[in-house]
Design a protein around this ligand. Sequence first.
Ligand code: NAD
Ligand code: MG
Length: 398
Amino acid sequence: MSRRNVAVLGATGSVGEATLAVARNHPDRLRVSVLAAQGTRPARLAELAREFRPDRVVVESDDTAAALRSELPNGTRLTCGGQALLNGVGTGDIDLVVTAIVGAAGLQPAAAALEAGADLALANKEAMVAAGPVLRRLAAASGASILPIDSEHAAIHQALRAGRPREVRRLVLTASGGPFLERDPATLEAATPAEATAHPTWDMGAKISVDSATLTNKGLELIEASYLFDVDGSRIDILIHPQSLVHSIVEFRCGNGVAQISANDMRYPIQYALSYPERWARPADERSVDLSDLLLQTSKLEFRRVDPALFPAPSLARDALARGGGAPAVMNAANEIAVDAFLGGRTPFTAIVPVVADVLERHARQSNGGEPQSITEALAWDSWGRHQARELLAASGG
Ligand code: NAD
Ligand code: MG
C-alpha cells in the first residue's frame, strides 16, 4: 500500500492536533511531509516535528524560526513566511493538504495546494467563504478534490453518497447553539471571552468558539455548504440540535432523508476526509464507543429553529450569499476583526454581529454585484471588509 504525503497547516491547533492523531493511528497510509503553524507554540511544534520527522516545518516569522532551529530533527528543513508556506504546499510531491489555519489567512495556501493538484482536506471554512467559487474552479482545472472536514459538511458529503446531485431537495445543517443558547440575552453585553469560548459540546480554537456563540459559525457554514455542494442557500435549513450527534441531513426529492451520526469528536470527520473514498478503522481508545451506547448515553435528540431576533448572524450570511458580489468575503473579514477585538477585550460580545451587519450594509451600497473572479479579487474584498470593521470599531472606542 502506498502512503500519501500530507501537509498539515495549522498543525498545533485544535484541528491540526486531531489530524495528527489520525496520522498517528494510520502510519501505514499517511506520511506527514509538512508541518506548518504560526509558531506561537514552538515547543509543541518541535515535539511534533521530532515525532513525525517531516521534510519541512514552516512558521510565520523569523523570530519563531530562531527558537525552533536547534530543536528540529536531522533531515527536517525549516522555512518561514507566507511565500515559504505557498512553496511548501505547491511542490507537487504533496498528495493531500489539510488546511486547519484560522481565517482568510488560509486562502492563498488553499489555492496554491489546489493549483499544484493536491487534494484539499478543508477545515478552514473562512477560505471557502471568501472565495469558494474560485477554489472550486482551481480544483476542477487541476483535477484535485476538496474534501470537507467541518463536521456538518463531512456529514453532508457522506449523506450525498446515497443519491445523485439532481435528486437533492434540501440540506439541513445542524448547530449545537453554542454556550449562550439558554442564557438571558440581557446579560450578554457582559459576556467574557472565557464564557464565550466555553463551548458545550466541542473543544475548539478561540475564534471558532466565539463564532459558535454568535451563531456566525453556522452562517459561515451555510455559505460553505452552498459553495461546496452547489446547492442554493434558499435550499439549506439550519436546525439547533444541542446534543451535536446528528451532524447534518440530506433530504432527497423522494422525501427520504439521510442523516449522519457519530460522536462529537473531530477525528471522525478528519479521518473521513483523509481516507475518502475508503473507510479506515476508527481510533481504538476509551473515547470511541459503539454508536448504540452513544445514543443510549444521550437518550434524547432535540431539534429547534434558530430565533433570528436573538441570533441574526445566520440570516446575515444567507443574505450575503444571495447578494454575492464579494459579500461573503466581506462578512467573513468583518467578523474576524470584530471577534479579534472582542477576544482582546476591546469591544463587548454584543457588538460583534452589529459590526458585521453594518459593514455588510456599507458593502451593499458599494458593490456592483460582480463575483470575485480570482483569489486576488476576493482578497481585495477581504481587505476592504477588515478596513471598514476597524473604522466602525474605532468610532465606537473599540
Ligand atoms: P486553532 O486556533 O486551535 O488553531 C489554529 C492553527 O493555525 C494554529 O496551529 C496556528 O498556529 C495556525 N495558524 C494561524 N494563523 C496562521 C498563519 N497565518 N499561518 C500559518 N499557521 C497559522 O483553530 P482551530 O479551532 O483548529 O480551527 C482551525 C480552522 O478549522 C478554522 O477555520 C475553524 O473554523 C475550522 N474548524 C475547526 C473545528 C474545531 O473543532 N476546532 C471544527 C470545524 C472547523
Ligand atoms: Mg462545523
